[in-house]
Design a protein around this ligand. Sequence first.
Ligand SMILES: Nc1ncnc2c1ncn2[C@@H]1O[C@H](COP(=O)(O)OP(=O)(O)OP(=O)(O)O)[C@@H](O)[C@H]1O
Ligand SMILES: [Mg+2]
Length: 250
Amino acid sequence: MNELLEIKNLSVTYDGKIAVKNVNLKLELGKFHVIMGPNGGGKTTLIRAIAGLIPYSGKVSVNGTDMKKYRKSHSIGYLAQRGSQFYDMPLSAIEVVEMGRYRFKEKSNERRKNALRFLEEVDMISRADYPIGDMSGGQQQRVLIARALATESKIMLMDEPLTGMDPKSQSNFYEMIEKIKKKHGLTIIMSSHDIGFTTAYAENVFCINRELVPHNEVVKLLNEPEVVKMYGPNFRLTKHYHLHSEENDV
Ligand SMILES: Nc1ncnc2c1ncn2[C@@H]1O[C@H](COP(=O)(O)OP(=O)(O)OP(=O)(O)O)[C@@H](O)[C@H]1O
Ligand SMILES: [Mg+2]
């Protein structure tokens, strides 16, 4: 049987208003999953619920272990949606990554050595001592990914990390994600508005608009000639779930 991150009947309510309703999902561990959906559709809410950052009803489990218990012995990597980070703080890239190592209680030289290793993985070693506040959005994202890697999380949640990136940076970003995913056996759950590159790299795409968007078909058309002809070799359609929903409001 495949190893799963399972979401059962997950709902989130803000001030009595339902933002995410009755989501049921089985996400294979070790895969790259993408959440799509309109603004206000509930992507951030779902990601924050999985990360355990907001209260929810329902259940999230990893291989049958409740997420609340799982988090006691495992870190979950989380990259917040742009705009909510602490870029104004006077921190260098290496200091940000070192924060990810604090729970390991290493000596400072050991911590720095490890942090440099993770900065290298995201191609940011040359900027180790550069203030994070003075970096471009894409560079900041890389540093934050290095920080998440430094925590040795196996599950990485990323909320629209591609926002504001030009196509080349997006492509580079995906290449880097693929590399670290493979190397560390990561499960990646990422939200995105991009239907171009995402479909080339994601192994599973699902859409949310308060509820999961219902769809009866599972599509997997890798390297389909027409699609490649239209969008180039990096564009493929991928397995795309729209699951059960009571109200079809999309
Ligand atoms: N802290 C909050 N308090 C009250 N309502 C909230 C809060 N956060 C989100 N909401 C509401 O919940 C719904 C889902 O918001 P969410 O941020 O999860 O959507 P999203 O899919 O991430 O949108 P975007 O693409 O714009 O990032 C929206 O109606 C939003 O107004
Ligand atoms: Mg959001």
